[in-house]
Design a protein around this ligand. Structure first.
Ligand SMILES: [Zn+2]
Length: 200
């Protein structure tokens, strides 16, 4: 069995050590050595990402929008979930189950992206990163203006008719480009089925 790395805050390191955790000076991480019962380390065990959207492949959409702050055009980006993607939905008994969709959607209010997806994003833009939203009172992966750095929140982009990924005419639709990525995708977030894909 592979050794288990722990997320130990600095202030709790002595406690972890007392319970038998060891320090890996190279990786700068506390871990549970082989043969030590890890049940005592519960609160430091790595959490499974809280994922409710997954897909075998995905797309990164790009378009332009006018920044609400500086009035300049800026590129914005979003994740496209192709047909066959799955979301966690509650069945009639209230139990969470993966449900497969046969239409496309876009993911918004995205958190918990895997490193492979983050690496793809970093190749494309440095203006899409986790930031705090007063609208949702939470942090998520968010677009920022390329000119002034201001947040371009998901509500305006996905939920307001005429938003960057909620085009209201053919011209606005034609400005949206899509880069397909043949790699798995997962995240926590909402899936928007209206807007861009209404006619599909
Ligand atoms: Zn701006």
């Amino acid at each position: 069995m592979a050794r288990i790395n722990l997320n130990v805050p600095f202030s709790e390191k002595d406690e972890a050590k007392q319970l038998g955790a060891r320090w890996d000076a190279t990786l700068k991480v506390w871990f549970v050595p082989d043969g030590v019962d890890f049940s005592a380390f519960g609160r430091w065990l790595p959490t499974v990402p809280d994922v409710n959207i997954r897909s075998q492949r995905y797309g990164i959409a790009q378009t332009e929008t006018v920044c609400w702050k500086c009035d300049e055009l800026t590129r914005v980006y979003g994740f496209v979930l192709p047909p066959g993607h799955q979301t966690v939905e509650q069945d009639e008994d209230g139990v969470d189950e993966w449900y497969e969709h046969d239409s496309s959607a876009m993911a918004l209010y995205v958190t918990d992206l895997p490193p492979t997806v983050i690496a793809r994003l970093k190749l494309i833009t440095r203006h899409y990163y986790v930031d705090f939203s007063k609208t949702t009172n939470s942090s998520y992966w968010m677009n920022h203006c390329e000119n002034c750095g201001m947040k371009q929140g998901d509500f305006a982009i996905y939920c307001e008719p005429g938003g960057a990924f909620f085009p209201m005419d053919e011209y606005a639709t034609s400005k949206i480009s899509l880069q397909s990525v043949h790699e798995p995708f997962c995240c926590n977030g909402d899936a928007a089925y209206g807007g861009l894909f209404e006619d599909n």
